[in-house]
Ligand binder design. Structure first.
Ligand code: S3P
Length: 425
C-alpha cells in the first residue's frame, strides 16, 4: 500500500518546522499530500522528491516566508486545517484556499481556537478562503474539542508549538494520534493522557522549543488497504496479503469490525518503526468459523465513540454491511455530511441504485443484509472514498457498475484502479 496520507501530511509539516534535513520514505502518493508539499514550498521550505522518497530542509520555527499568492490546499482538509495551525504562529499574512468541496467545509472549528491563541483570521462565513494574520508568540490555551476531530486537535497542537507556554487539547472521544506520535519522534516534548480512559484523553505541548530534522518511514495506508481487505473478504476464492500496513490502534477499528462480522482477517508481524506500529494483514474469503456465518440475526449498530475511529471507512462498512446477516446501522455520524462530499447522502444513493434497502437518518443510515447488489451508474460526487467504496460494491454486484468521475481516487490513492486490476481476476 502507498504511504499513509495522514502520517505523510504530518511528517512533511513537522519536518518543515524542524531545523535541518529530514528524509521521509514511502511518502504518500496522494494528490492531497502533494498539495501540502506545494504549500510548504510556497512558504520557503525546500523539498526534493524522488517518487515516494522525500528530503525536506526544515525552515525552523522562524524561517517561513510570506507566500506570494494564496496557498491552494486542493481537496485536502488536513492540509488546510493543520497548516492553519502553523500559519497562526507566523508574523505574516497568508490565505488558504481550496477547491469547491474544500471551500464548502466547516472551518469555524479551527478559527475559534486559533483566535483564542491570538491569531487574526477572516473567512467567508466560517469557510475558506481563510486569511490568517499570525502572531509570534501565540498565547497558550486549554481547549476542549467540541467536535471529535484529529484535524482540529492537530491544528491546535501545531499552533501551540509557537505559543508562550503549555497548550492543552482535551478530547471526549479518542481520535487518531499521528501528530502526537510524530512530535514525539522529532523529540518535541509532548504529554498525552490515557486514550482508553474517559476524562484522561488529552495532548499538551510546550511552545517555543527548537527541534531538529529526523528520518521517517511512513507505513502503508490502512484506509487505502480497507478497500482491498473488504473486496478480498467478500469475493469468492480470494486470498490476499498486505505488508507494511499501518496498525496504529486509533485506525484499526475497521479490522476489528471485519473480524466481528466473522470475516477472515488476521494481523501478524507487528513491529514499530518511526513511532508508528505496522504489520501484515491477511484476508481469506468467507467466515473464520462456520458458526460466524449465521450468528447475527440482529443488526449491528455502530455509534458514538466508535465513529471517529472508523470515520473514513464508514461508507465502505455500509457496503460490507449489505452482505452481512442483519445488515448494519451507523448513527452519531453526522460528521460524514461535511467530508469531501455528503457521504451519508452519497452512500445511501449509491446503495439504493444497486438495489439495497437503505434508510437514511440525519446522523447515519441503516442498510439491510445480506442482499445481492446489482450493477448501476454511481455518482462519486468527486469524492475519492465514495468512488473506491462503490468500486468494491461493483465487484461483488451482479452486472456492470459505472462510476462517474472515478479519477477522483487520486486525491488519496492514484494507483487504486491499477492495483485493483492487478489482484482481481
Ligand atoms: C484526518 C482526520 C479525519 C479524517 C481525514 C484525515 C487527519 O478528519 O476524516 O480523512 O489526517 O487528521 P477529522 O479529524 O476532521 O474527523
Amino acid at each position: 500500500m502507498p504511504g499513509d496520507k495522514s502520517i505523510s501530511h504530518r511528517a512533511a509539516m513537522i519536518a518543515a518546522l524542524a531545523e535541518g534535513t529530514s528524509r521521509i520514505g514511502n511518502f504518500s502518493t496522494s494528490e492531497d499530500c502533494g498539495a501540502t508539499l506545494r504549500c510548504l514550498e510556497q512558504l520557503g521550505v525546500r523539498v526534493s522528491r524522488d517518487g515516494s522518497d522525500l528530503s525536506i530542509e526544515g525552515a525552523g520555527r522562524d524561517g517561513f516566508r510570506a507566500p506570494a499568492s494564496p496557498l491552494d490546499c486542493g481537496n485536502s482538509g488536513t492540509t488546510m486545517r493543520l497548516l492553519a495551525g502553523i500559519l497562526a504562529g507566523q508574523e505574516f499574512e497568508s490565505t488558504l484556499t481550496g477547491d469547491d468541496s474544500l471551500r464548502s467545509r466547516p472551518m469555524q472549528r479551527i478559527i475559534e481556537p486559533l483566535q483564542m491563541l491570538g491569531a487574526e483570521i477572516s473567512s467567508s462565513d466560517g469557510r475558506a478562503p481563510l486569511t490568517i494574520r499570525g502572531r509570534k508568540p501565540l498565547m497558550p490555551i486549554d481547549y476542549e474539542l467540541l467536535t471529535p476531530s484529529a484535524q482540529v486537535k492537530s491544528c491546535i497542537l501545531l499552533a501551540g508549538l509557537n505559543a508562550n507556554g503549555r497548550t492543552k487539547v482535551v478530547e471526549d472521544q479518542a481520535t487518531r494520534d499521528h501528530t502526537e506520535r510524530m512530535l514525539h519522534w522529532f523529540g518535541v516534548p509532548i504529554e498525552t493522557g490515557d486514550a482508553e480512559k474517559e476524562n484522561e484523553r488529552f495532548a499538551a505541548v510546550t511552545g517555543r522549543t527548537v527541534f531538529v530534522g529526523h528520518d521517517i518511514n511512513v507505513p502503508g495506508d490502512i484506509s487505502s488497504a480497507a478497500y482491498f481487505i473488504a473486496a478480498a473478504a467478500l469475493l469468492d476464492g480470494s486470498s490476499l496479503e498486505l505488508e507494511n500496513v499501518g496498525l496504529n490502534p486509533t485506525r484499526t477499528l475497521f479490522l476489528k469490525q471485519m473480524q466481528s462480522f466473522g470475516l477472515n482477517v488476521t494481523v501478524g508481524n507487528v513491529r514499530d518503526k518511526s513511532n508508528e506500529p505496522r504489520g501484515t494483514i491477511k484476508v481469506e474469503t468467507g467466515y473464520d468459523s462456520p458458526s460466524a456465518a449465521n450468528n447475527s440475526e440482529s443488526s449491528l449498530t455502530l455509534r458514538s465513540a466508535l465513529i471517529p475511529q472508523l470515520i473514513d471507512e464508514l461508507p465502505l462498512l455500509a457496503v460490507v454491511g449489505s452482505q452481512i446477516d442483519g445488515g448494519i446501522e451507523i448513527r452519531d455520524a453526522s460528521e460524514l455530511r461535511v467530508k469531501e462530499s455528503d457521504r451519508i447522502a452519497a452512500t445511501v444513493a449509491g446503495l439504493r441504485a444497486m438495489s439495497a434497502e437503505v434508510e437514511e437518518f440525519d446522523d447515519g443510515l441503516r442498510v439491510n443484509g445480506p442482499i445481492q447488489l446489482h450493477g448501476a451508474q454511481i455518482d462519486s460526487r468527486g469524492d475519492h472514498r465514495i468512488a473506491m467504496t462503490f468500486a468494491v460494491a461493483g465487484l461483488i454486484a451482479e452486472g456492470e457498475t459505472e462510476i462517474k468521475d472515478a479519477e477522483c481516487v487520486g486525491v488519496s490513492f492514484p494507483e487504486f484502479f491499477e492495483l485493483l486490476n492487478s489482484v482481481v481476476e
